[in-house]
Design a protein around this ligand. Structure first.
Ligand code: TMP
Ligand code: ZN
Length: 407
């Protein structure tokens, strides 16, 4: 029986996806015989409500100097992180000694704006290749993992932080109690900690199970974050939502103040919304599993049918997420000719586990396939706009959340 990484209570299994490769480890040889795999299983803690992976991959297997994910791959992400930086700059207006710490600053997509504004800051980023790009962008970076020890070191060197933030990183860190403890050490008394990650409410309601992969150890809700913050003398005081990465929530946390059961209106609304689809009970996740299995089998079927009718299908966007989708649905190179992607380090490699070739964007333009599987569905608006010619010329996108369709 597996136990909760936060509160040690027994976990209840939600879905066991079986053997999976590392989502961001693109392979150079499709005939590879020793590809690293682990069992991907997601479970629910009925005590603290945290949805989490049962088995975790060693962080150095995922985040190293070959880390393939670069934040600055779309204009939507650039805009999102400019807005986030503006919010931080505005918050620091009232602070005597502003100091911003970002966990997992990646290529500096957000912190470069903080650096330009002349605000003292530090990006904590263990993946050296992306950290080096951030440094080139004028960002001050420490190439380390964030935990209670490194938080102490940072405080000794720079003083307390008025803002600690992290986007798409908090859910990556298995010892999340250590992160919260570190935040509690490093945060100034009037400082804020916010983080944003894929939102379990969106995942369950859109059936978007491709969010479940090695890097995403935790699938947060206000229900679980409220409990986690309280364990560390902190409180969740606000939650905001946005569509980046297919639906995320941003949780705002500060030192605990006021009555012990004090909950702001925005947090209470969010808790009620989550309870309305039973995210505080295992029942809420049973239906999710059925929906996931339906999407997987429908997706495979449409691709098998198109192939039988002599149509060729390519993929658009070799996202980290699509590793789970393709592997669980059993979609490989026999059903998808190639996937086009704009990230230079992915091009001419093969998808983990399913070994579909990844080609540059020009291959999509030259091939002009009849059908394109929109793997980068979280960038749908941007892509449909960019590919209006393709669609005007009869090209069709296959989408799959919340259900499989052609548009
Ligand atoms: P992400 O969903 O994890 O951000 O990854 C998006 C991937 O999709 C990334 O490898 C870049 C690729 N991509 C394209 O190839 N074309 C596009 O227009 C967009 C927006 C992304
Ligand atoms: Zn728990």
């Amino acid at each position: 029986m597996s136990t909760c990484k936060i509160c040690n209570h027994n976990l209840e299994s939600v879905i066991n996806f079986g053997e999976m490769p590392i989502s961001n480890r693109y392979v150079t040889d499709p005939g590879i015989s020793d590809e690293y795999t682990y069992v991907l299983e997601v479970a629910f803690c009925p005590s603290c409500y945290m949805v989490q992976l049962v088995n975790c991959v060693e962080p150095t297997e995922m985040f190293n100097d070959e880390y393939a994910f670069y934040s600055s791959t779309s204009s939507g992400m650039e805009k999102h992180f400019k807005e986030q930086a503006d919010e931080i700059i505005h918050f620091n207006d009232d602070m005597e000694r502003p100091f911003v710490v970002e966990l997992g600053c990646n290529d500096g997509i957000m912190l470069k704006h903080i650096a330009t504004a002349g605000i003292s800051h530090l990006g904590v980023e263990p993946s050296a290749n992306v950290a080096d790009i951030a440094i080139t962008n004028g960002v001050n970076v420490a190439k380390i993992f964030f935990n209670v020890e490194s938080a102490d070191q940072i405080k000794k060197e720079y003083g307390a932080a008025t803002v600690i933030c992290g986007s798409n990183v908090t859910c990556h860190i298995e010892d999340i109690n250590s992160v919260f403890e570190g935040v509690s050490h490093l945060l100034s008394d009037d400082g804020i900690f916010f983080f944003e990650d894929p939102y379990i409410y969106d995942i369950v309601s859109k059936h978007s199970f491709d969010q479940i992969y090695d890097e995403h150890i935790y699938y947060f809700s206000a229900l679980s974050v409220k409990n986690l913050a309280e364990r560390h003398g902190l409180e969740l005081y606000d939650v905001k939502f946005h569509e980046v990465h297919g639906g995320e929530a941003r949780y705002y946390i500060r030192r605990k103040s006021g009555e012990s059961n004090d909950v702001t209106v925005s947090v209470q609304k969010c808790l009620d919304k989550e309870k309305s689809i039973n995210l505080h009970k295992i029942e809420g996740y049973k239906e999710f599993k059925d929906n996931v299995d339906k999407v997987s089998s429908d997706l495979k079927q449409i691709l098998v049918d198109l192939k039988a009718q002599g149509h060729e299908v390519v993929g658009y966007g070799a996202t980290s997420k699509s590793t789970t989708l393709l592997k669980y649905a059993g979609v490989d190179n026999s059903l998808i000719k190639f996937i086009s992607d704009t990230t230079p380090t992915k091009i001419n490699k093969f998808t983990p586990g399913t070994h579909i070739p990844i080609k540059p964007y020009e291959a999509f333009i030259n091939e002009c396939p009849e059908y394109t599987l929109l793997l980068a569905w979280n960038h749908k608006n941007e892509i449909l706009e960019k590919e209006s010619n393709y669609r005007n010329n009869g090209g069709k996108f296959i989408t799959f959340f919340p259900e499989v369709g052609v548009e």
